[in-house]
Design a protein around this ligand. Structure first.
Ligand code: WT7
Length: 654
């Protein structure tokens, strides 16, 4: 990790908020923002304590702010008791019971809305159903659902009774589901008979059955939502239909008042080993930052229709679908399906039909939609939009400008939000009424988030545009608490690099002369494929699990739409295919990886070689493999290679 990181981007355009936007914004001037920074600077703990008192309803008020006695395990507001579901729903009932909480549109076009009162009743009934099945505080519940309101209801119901949910993205395979169930020791899976995506049914129940057929001994019950109504197998005694679970259940359920540090959820994400890590989040600290970022970054107000396109299977779908929008008493939109059904105008049609005001998506989606031309967005009335957001990877200036002009009509600020599964919510992002944005930069750290760029010795880099490690120097309320079942990995991965002084994000970044942050990419073996994090080792482990594969090395290569594409070098057991080509096997291996992990992990390219390039000490020369994957000229020293002839094979020349 010590190699110098050079910066590449040079982007000088600046876009200050319009006077009109600033006038109506919660934070409408640079001075107002500076005042917040000052408060956080002068009394860091007091700053967060005050917000925690003002922004959340407590059952038992806390008296303590940050507890660092067990560093690098930090705790916030420890002696308070609170409930997330109460804060997301109940506290709005008196004033907003009839306000729409959720607008849902299914891929087939069905629409459902839920008021806060209706949401309350459904969450309570489901929570009571969970309790009837014996689920209690601290139990782990896996949620493997389509993007329907029931996914949010299930999450909120878990939060209500203190059960710890672990949402598994519906695009993950049975094998991935099994690993996550087993790692968490979950007692229950909540799933559906299927979800609608891309005009097809996603077979969630079949995948659940497959996972449970191969292990998952801790699972006692499977709750099954009827969404598609096609035939699925039901295991007597184990499986319960959603409707039967809630039938006859009361629509009141006293929230479980948990300690601030009680784990709200686990969410598995990729790291640099083959095994995903269960990121564990807290209750109060997590909720606080999702509320603050809804207000600061999304400038949310009661008239907004807020649409974050992320699936609840990712952190974005936790903080900006299931929790943040509800905690701020807003109206959120959920869409079940793919952006191209029936055509690539679907997102824009939804914005028009439901009068979406804030739209938040990933650069990869923007690029994919941009590629389809302007006729799709131009066919719809997008005048309700007032703010746009992006997340997941650096946005290239070209896509930024298209988003700005064609979608935002040069009227809507764009908030480029940097954060991670581990940070819980936005950490570096513009304040839309106060920050002038620059295409490709996530601008400045939020108030109370001590992000910085340091060199390999941990010293802050003061010279502009010099790349280094992105770190956060003070614990903040919504940071992860540990890695479930592997606390050592938590300490090593996030705190080891600089002797427990800083949280290490795993990204490289530079700051420009204005103090704006430019994210340059991951410094570990983690790929960013369509805004989703994937470990190269995970794909490698999946490949070598195939009987014909002896060894595999996976690297990323730049891709116009996906950001990064997956490039796999494979050494087979037995002879290499003649000329390095075996289309049938390539297809089989790609499908194999899709089955082992999920379709997002399918290698885009597979190249066969007699062996992999290694240093004398046996380390795979990844930098060389990356150079080859990009199709660039090899300039590094290859003389240590045992068998230089493989270079031609790796390059596809032999
Ligand atoms: C990694 C975290 C946070 C939800 C989505 C991804 C990259 C994220 C940005 C951004 C540049 C970004 C980073 C980060 N990333 N947002 N605005 N600009 N890079 O969550 O799967 O935990 O991935 O995504 O590399 O470390 P995640």
């Amino acid at each position: 990790m010590s190699e110098n990181i050079d910066s590449i981007l040079q982007e000088n355009r600046q876009f200050p908020p319009s006077a009109e936007f600033a006038e109506n914004a919660r934070i409408g001037s640079p001075e107002q923002l500076e005042a917040l920074y000052r408060q956080a600077e002068e009394d860091y703990e007091g700053f967060w304590m005050q917000l925690a008192r003002d922004e959340m309803d407590w059952h038992t008020p806390f008296t303590t702010g940050l507890d660092s006695s067990n560093a690098p395990h930090y705790a916030w507001f420890t002696d308070g008791r609170i409930n997330v579901s109460y804060n997301c729903i109940d506290r709005h009932l008196a004033t907003k019971g009839n306000q729409t909480a959720i607008i849902f549109e299914g891929e087939p076009g069905d629409i459902e809305t839920l008021t806060y009162r209706q949401l309350h009743d459904r969450v309570c009934q489901f929570a009571n159903g969970l309790k009837k099945q014996g689920i209690k505080k601290g139990d782990r519940v896996v949620i493997y659902m389509p993007m329907t309101p029931e996914a949010v209801i299930a999450m909120q119901a878990c939060a209500r009774i203190g059960a710890i949910h672990s949402v598994v993205f519906g695009g993950f395979s049975a094998a991935s589901l099994k690993d996550r169930i087993e790692d968490a020791g979950a007692r229950m899976v909540i799933t559906a008979d299927g979800g609608n995506r891309g005009g097809k049914i996603v077979e969630l129940k079949a995948a659940t059955d497959e996972a449970l057929g191969k292990g998952c001994a801790s699972i006692e019950h499977v709750v099954v939502l009827k969404r598609t109504d096609h035939n699925v197998g039901i295991v007597e005694g184990r499986d319960i239909w959603w409707d039967d679970l809630v039938a006859g259940q009361a629509s009141e359920c006293e929230p479980e008042w948990v300690e601030s540090e009680h784990p709200l959820f686990l969410l598995y994400t990729s790291g640099s080993t083959g095994k995903p890590k269960g990121i564990q989040h807290s209750t109060a600290g997590y909720l606080l930052n999702s509320i603050m970022t809804m207000k600061w970054v999304f400038d949310i107000n009661d008239k907004d229709i807020f649409w974050c396109t992320a699936d609840v299977g990712w952190i974005t779908g936790h903080s900006y679908v299931a929790y943040g929008p509800l905690a701020t008493g807003s109206t959120l939109l959920m869409y079940e399906g793919a952006p191209n059904v029936p055509d690539f105008g679907r997102f824009w049609k939804i914005c028009q039909d439901h009068k979406v005001t804030i739209f938040y998506t990933a650069p990869t989606a923007i690029r994919a939609l941009m590629k389809q031309g302007d006729d799709f967005p131009n066919a719809y009335d997008l005048s309700s939009l007032r703010l746009l957001g992006t997340v997941g990877e650096p946005i290239n200036p070209e896509a930024w400008m298209w988003y700005h002009k064609t979608i935002g009509k040069e009227r809507c600020p764009i908030v480029d939000t940097w954060w991670q599964t581990e940070t819980g919510s936005h950490a570096i992002a513009p304040i839309p009424g106060a920050t002038a944005t620059k295409p490709g930069s996530c601008t400045r750290p939020l108030p109370g988030i001590a992000a910085d760029v340091v060199d390999k010795d941990g010293n802050p880099i003061t010279e502009p545009n010099q790349g280094g490690f992105l770190v956060i120097k003070k614990p903040w309320p919504s940071m992860l608490r540990t890695v479930w079942g592997d606390d050592k990995r938590y300490q090593d991965t996030y705190w080891g690099e600089f002797d427990n002084r800083y949280y290490v994000a795993g990204d490289s970044a530079r700051k420009d002369a204005d103090g704006y942050f430019w994210i340059m990419g991951r410094i570990d073996d983690v790929l960013n494929v369509s805004g989703h994090r994937l470990g190269t080792m995970e794909v490698e482990s999946a490949l070598v699990a195939h009987e014909r594969v002896a060894e595999a090395a996976v690297v990323g290569r730049p891709d116009e739409v996906k950001g990064e594409a997956i490039f796999a070098y494979v050494v087979l057991r037995g002879p290499r295919p003649a000329g390095g080509v075996d289309e049938a096997l390539t297809k089989e291996l790609r499908n194999w990886v899709a089955k082992e992990i999920g379709p997002i992990a399918k290698p885009d390219d597979i190249r066969y070689a007699d062996n992999l390039p290694k240093t004398r000490s046996g380390k795979i020369m990844r930098r060389l493999l990356r150079t080859i994957a990009k199709g660039e000229k090899i300039t590094s020293d290859t003389s240590t290679l045992e068998n230089e002839a493989i270079l031609d094979q790796l390059q596809g020349k032999a």
